[in-house]
Design a binder for this molecule. Structure first.
Ligand code: ATP
Ligand code: MG
Length: 407
């Protein structure tokens, strides 16, 4: 079957009356970005749905795959747009049914939004069903549990026929919900946390704390790769890489060993907070999960959070690890996250960190040094990469060039 359109149904945005215009135009722009650089289509978005017009050679499967990852899309269907006649509807329904396996059941479901159309819904269903039965063999009607439902939508401009509905990513279009700074570590949790807020329409920039030579370039590459996967949903994501070695060393010098982790996290938060202001974001997002590790008790969150008044969003706070792993697999970050490159925290983690830190105590330790200047230096030293879904790191480019030389 050569389809001529993809029908895109909007998600929750139908609920948001006043904001509909913004939502639709953002979704149109995100859809175009997601489909880039594919060729052979035209995107037409109107108030309540989107039609993507296809040229005969458009890469349909690839397009469906990409569209199913765009937030704000509830579902998609490859459709045929036909003349507004019973004959045309019959022909198209028959063409679908001829592909069904022997013994399969089907039903015709008509939606008639053009109230001027000369035939009633019920009549149409009956007539099209009869035409299908007459022109096929080995299939039968089952209105309760059909194997196939042929949908016929009679609309003002045309009739649309299809028999497939592919579930979309749901949520809201990214770009309609403000901006956040995601603390992206390279572990399993933080990329999932980022995806969760993106699902709610929020734009994400990422911040990663890098401590060379204690953490390798491999760890950095891993975070770039995770950002690239997240960018697959929106086109591009900015990744800010913070030189963190100096701060981390200083913390280890002045803070009691059992409190270094709490203090390190507080330094991260202070750097993130400054960057939040610099990029015009409104919140910090992290992958913290209640009770998972020593640094994620309520007391610990309190002590870490105490350095900022910027909201810190923790979308995974109450999930079980299994649920997070399942989500990580579903969004495609899991395999990258489990690669064994240490991040800056693992390396400096004390043997016996305090699990219920007293924030006054940690502040007392930190008062032994004026960290402010060092924090500013870290922020000034940030390396910002714009990661697209097709981003290639320098290393990959070198490998590719080498491969081209060889063959
Ligand atoms: P993750 O799987 O996201 O690393 P985790 O269970 O390992 O989470 P922690 O290592 O305690 O948890 O980190 C808690 C959160 O702090 C992370 O989810 C992440 O948001 C942030 N974080 C930790 N290390 C870094 C880092 N090097 N750069 C940026 N953010 C970090
Ligand atoms: Mg971690």
């Amino acid at each position: 079957m050569i389809y001529d359109h993809i029908l895109v149904r909007y998600g929750e945005l139908t609920l948001k009356g006043a904001n509909r215009k913004t939502f639709v135009s953002q979704l149109r722009s995100n859809t175009k970005k997601a489909l880039m650089p594919l060729q052979g289509y035209k995107v037409n978005a109107n108030r309540d749905r989107m039609y993507i017009e296809l040229e005969p050679d458009a890469p349909l499967d690839e397009m469906l795959d990409r569209l199913s990852g765009v937030f704000g899309i509830r579902s998609i269907s490859p459709v045929l747009k036909i003349d507004k006649t019973l004959e045309a509807a019959n022909q198209q329904a028959i063409a679908f049914a001829q592909n069904y396996a022997q013994g399969d059941s089907f039903k015709i479901e008509v939606k008639r939004s053009d109230k001027q159309f000369p035939m009633e819904t019920f009549e149409l269903q009956r007539d099209i069903g009869e035409a299908v039965l007459k022109n096929t063999s080995g299939i039968h009607v089952d209105v309760k549990h059909p194997d196939h439902t042929i949908k016929v939508e009679v609309r003002l401009d045309a009739i649309y026929v299809y028999d497939q509905i592919i579930e979309g990513a749901g949520g809201l279009p990214v770009g309609t919900g403000g901006k956040t700074l995601l603390m992206l570590s390279g572990g399993i949790d933080s990329p999932v946390a980022g995806m969760e807020v993106m699902r709610r329409g929020v734009t994400v920039e990422a911040i990663h704390f890098h401590s060379p030579p204690f953490t390798s370039d491999k760890a950095k590459e891993k975070v770039i790769e995770l950002t690239r996967i997240l960018a697959g949903r929106v086109g591009t994501i900015k990744l800010h890489i913070v030189p963190f070695t100096e701060l981390q060393k200083q913390v280890n010098k002045v803070v009691h060993e059992r409190y270094t982790m709490t203090s390190t996290r507080r330094m991260m938060m202070r750097v993130a907070d400054k960057l939040v202001h610099r990029i015009g974001a409104d919140a910090i997002v992290n992958g913290e999960n209640l009770g998972q590790v020593a640094s994620q008790t309520l007391k610990s969150m309190y002590a870490i959070n105490h350095v900022t008044s910027t909201p810190v969003l923790r979308p995974l706070l109450t999930l079980d690890k299994e649920e997070i792993v399942k989500k990580a697999k579903a969004i495609g970050t899991y395999e990258t996250s489990i690669q064994p490159f240490e991040d800056c925290c693992t390396i400096f983690t004390p043997k016996n960190p305090v699990t219920e830190p007293n924030f006054e105590k940690v502040e007392q330790y930190e008062s032994g040094y004026d960290f402010e200047e060092m924090i500013d230096r870290a922020v000034d030293g940030v390396e910002t990469l714009t990661i697209t879904k097709d981003y290639q790191s320098d290393k990959d480019r070198e490998t590719d060039a080498l491969a081209e030389d060889l063959f």
